[in-house]
Write a protein that binds this ligand. Structure first.
Ligand code: SF4
Ligand code: SF4
Ligand code: FES
Length: 589
């Protein structure tokens, strides 16, 4: 194993590692723009220049020492880039000395010569690597008095990504991402010298299903999201770690919230699951339904009209209906409810001895690929199956309902109309009692006798199990009428923290809704099943105690290890060093 010395510290590393990797793995940060652990090395920004040398030796092989007894270093005549220089045994690296700092200052001065003063209107401001380094690694002044070079601005690379040539620092991260990860090599450098910019090959669009990852990958504000542009300054938002519910992969995300509305989803690194990426569909689709079209408050049908009622009363009425049905109840779960929700549903079903409990399978082969996107569009099929609950399609279920004519259909997050399933108007028009425990308005309410308002993945604490068996933790990002940012440990932005009731940003809607497990516990109480769960932690403790595959897991460990694989609760796999590109980016953990 090669041993190197960085800034006087001896480090044992592996052969083939570059200086920047060896440093990062040992908690030493070398500034860089173009290097990224998931991409090939380009070596074009020069921000990672360091002084490299080796210890001088005497003729007898012993170390040569100066008058104070320190080993003498033979430095290479020029600085080397840490991202492309491999370690060798005995190498000495200086990342903080005068020459290294002078090189960093010079590189920053060059990069800023033509950079526009766009910060006041740039989406990246507040989370920009260039701003960050301008504070940490630059002289803080420019000697350039000439006219800056102008380049194309607001160029649409697709309907999702906007490119600003003047802000681009030509690191080529986006080009390498397009070539190496998105497998859509349509970007290239054109022109020469200080006129270099990036263009699409003629007649192409950068619209890969993963294209929007270049927005976070770009160290500056040259690439912005058409969906998010100018919606908010980042310091006005809170960021909460969560899991995308768009398919069974469970990509790790940060939920960006302002005024209790989700403004954007962005990928969060997890080497076990999604490395650094997420798909564009997950990013764009999985927040709008949390923001709009929500069921808020419970309702019951009286004289053919749904009338508002308290949630506890509605749970009680639902309990009466299922208790009176004598087991003729079919409980239909969504495949995207949490493990905790499914566990409590299973307990209630077992207590009542109902004739059917199952979750709805949602397969879409056109969505799946061989990278991240799974054709299983449920967030938690694997977790629900692990509890012993089987999947069923809407079609199979409709045959079963027609055959058995249950007295009560209890929908827990599942909604045949949201999934555009056939034949359900007719089935639900019969004399069956319909309990709709849902988060969003749909035609299901037309047939519902009782509506129970369910919280979404962004409002609950809980866990999903992904398609490879990783159990992952979800944290609430959006307040409900029953949770308060200040007292419930939710992330708070500056505005949340210091806003007064008469401020515009404190007026965001808070829906009156509860997690599925809590609604189910309310129903259980009415039928005589006393579940003493005060919070999701209690439910997960009971679940991990009872179900072998979850044994030994708890929320703390799930966060610490960024997920634990089923069956590995007592022996979780370490996550290692997780690379974070922009330190100024709002940190959610
Ligand atoms: S657009 Fe961003 S990621 Fe692409 S080369 Fe320019 S600075 Fe780098
Ligand atoms: S691959 Fe699946 S889990 Fe990942 S971002 Fe896309 S929809 Fe979400
Ligand atoms: S990070 Fe090494 S040259 Fe850019």
């Amino acid at each position: 194993m090669p041993t190197i010395t960085i800034d006087g510290r001896k480090i044992e590393t592996q052969p083939g590692k570059t200086i920047i990797e060896a440093a990062l793995n040992n908690g030493i940060f070398i500034p860089h723009f173009c290097w990224h652990p998931a991409l090939s090395v380009a070596g074009n920004c020069r921000m990672c220049l360091v002084r490299v040398g080796s210890h001088k030796k005497n003729a007898d092989g012993t170390l040569e020492r100066d008058s104070e007894g320190n080993p003498v270093v033979q430095w290479m005549p020029k600085l080397q880039i840490a991202c492309a220089t491999e370690v060798t045994d005995g190498m000495v690296v200086d990342t903080v000395g005068e020459k290294t700092i002078a090189a960093q200052h010079a590189v920053m001065e060059f990069l800023l010569i033509n950079h526009p003063l766009d910060c006041p209107i740039c989406d990246e401001a507040g989370q920009c690597k260039l701003q960050e380094y301008a504070f940490k690694h630059s002289r803080g002044e420019s000697r350039f008095a000439e006219e800056k070079v102008h380049k194309p601005k607001r160029v649409a690379w697709s309907d999702r990504i906007i490119f600003d040539g003047e802000r681009c620092i030509l690191c080529s991260r986006c080009i390498r991402f397009a070539n190496e990860i998105a497998n859509q090599p349509v970007l290239t450098f054109v022109e020469r010298n200080d006129h270099v910019t990036i263009e699409l090959f003629e007649g192409t669009t950068f619209d890969s299903p993963y294209s929007m990852n270049v927005i976070e990958l770009c160290p500056v504000g040259a690439l912005t999201s058409a969906d998010f542009r100018f919606k908010s300054r980042v310091w006005e938002m809170s960021f909460t770690p969560s899991i995308c519910p768009g398919c069974a992969r469970g990509c790790n995300i940060n939920i960006g919230v302002r005024d209790n509305q989700i403004l954007r989803l962005e990928p969060r690194p997890n080497p076990h699951v999604n490395q650094f990426w997420m798909c564009d569909a997950g990013r764009l689709e999985q927040y709008r339904w949390v923001n709009g079209g929500r069921v808020s408050g419970a309702a019951v049908r009286r004289e053919d009209q749904l009338q508002a009622i308290g949630i506890d009363d509605a749970c009680q009425m639902a309990g009466e209906r299922v208790a009176n049905a004598g087991g003729s109840v079919m409980m239909v779960l969504s495949g995207s409810i949490t493990n905790e929700d499914a566990f409590v549903a299973q307990q209630l079903a077992a207590f009542l001895g109902i004739e059917f409990i199952g979750y709805i399978e949602r397969h879409d082969p056109s969505f799946g690929d061989d990278f991240l996107r799974s054709s299983d569009r449920n967030a938690n099929s694997n977790g629900i199956r692990t509890l012993g609950i089987e999947g069923i399609t809407w079609q199979e279920l409709s045959h079963r309902v027609r055959k058995r004519s249950p007295a009560v259909m209890y929908f827990v997050g599942a909604d045949p109309f949201a999934d555009a399933a056939d034949g359900w108007e007719e089935i639900l028009s019969s004399s069956v009692t319909v309990i709709a425990q849902v988060s969003n308005h749909s035609r299901l309410e037309e047939f519902a006798d009782i509506v129970l308002p369910a919280a979404t993945y962004a409002e609950v604490e809980g866990t999903f199990t992904n398609c490879d068996g990783w159990v992952q933790y979800l944290k609430p990002a959006v307040e409900t009428a029953e949770t308060l940012r200040r007292v419930n440990g939710l992330a708070q932005s500056r505005l949340d923290e210091f806003g007064a009731p008469n401020d515009r940003w404190t007026k965001g809607e808070r829906r009156l809704c509860r997690p599925h497990w809590q609604l189910l516990s309310g129903v259980a109480a009415r039928v005589g099943l006393r579940l003493t769960y005060h919070n999701a932690t209690d439910v997960f403790a009971a679940l991990s105690d009872k179900v072998e595959a979850f044994r030994g897991m708890n929320y703390e460990a799930l966060c610490q290890y960024r997920g634990i694989r089923l069956g590995m609760g007592s022996n979780p796999e370490p996550v290692g060093v997780v690379y974070q590109s922009h330190f100024m980016k709002p940190q959610s953990e």
